[in-house]
Design a protein around this ligand. Structure first.
Ligand SMILES: [Zn+2]
Length: 219
């Protein structure tokens, strides 16, 4: 059994438990798939975000919406940073309110993301998705209790070494918006941890049970 905790392809695939991410078109939610919902920092607009966030507020109550996000901070996008911070804080509060894990998008803004997670503070599991940075940063985030999700970046030996040194209980895998398959990413991850895919699969099922509870099995 494969678990893909973050993909932008929201159609269900046989044999894979996927969490499809929606940052718009929230009415496309179907009952036979799992989702995360949230406003992506790339697409925030001053005049409209509050209205969209109302929809997120409503949709996140659905049983098959198992996480809030992706939401976060990005220093390489046009969106104003202050607006990003305001909206990210709202997502932290919402995740706390509905007690669902938070999937974080973070680009060159780790200190600010950590700052807001502490300031609000967050009371649900936090997953930094698409992690592809240094061993030091990975260890810092894990020491703070957060989870890291790895994707296509694992094709690179360097990132495999970063992941291989981390506690397996804090890891997730994802395809995000890439065309890579989750099977390929599992293969890279098994190589990184120097374990067989069966053990990896069991470990990731355990991690998902810890973070998402029974929500990921209820369809
Ligand atoms: Zn994404």
């Amino acid at each position: 059994m494969y678990i893909n905790i973050h993909t932008h392809h929201t159609k269900p695939v046989e044999g894979i438990i996927s969490i499809g991410n929606l940052y718009k078109d929230f009415d496309s939610i179907e009952t036979n798939s799992f989702y995360s919902v949230g406003l992506h920092p790339w697409y925030l607009i001053n005049e409209t975000w509050e209205e969209q966030f109302e929809v997120v507020n409503e949709k996140c109550l659905l049983q098959n919406v198992v996480a809030i996000g992706e939401a976060g901070l990005d220093k390489v996008t046009e969106t104003g940073f202050e607006l990003q911070q305001t909206v990210f804080s709202k997502h932290i509060q919402l995740a706390n309110e509905v007690q669902k894990p938070l999937i974080v998008h973070c680009v060159r803004a780790h200190a600010e993301v950590i700052g807001l997670l502490k300031q609000t503070p967050v009371h649900v599991p936090v997953i930094f998705h698409g992690f592809n940075k240094s061993k030091e940063l990975a260890q810092q985030l894990i020491a703070l209790g957060y989870y890291l999700s790895f994707g296509k970046g694992l094709e690179k030996q360097g990132l495999q070494e970063v992941m291989g040194a981390l506690p397996r209980a804090k890891i997730f895998l994802e395809t995000d918006n890439s065309t890579a398959s989750i099977e390929e990413i599992y293969a890279h991850a098994a190589a990184a941890f120097q374990i067989d895919e069966e053990s990896l699969s069991l470990q990731l099922q355990k991690n998902a049970a810890t973070v998402f509870g029974a929500a990921l099995t209820r369809i």
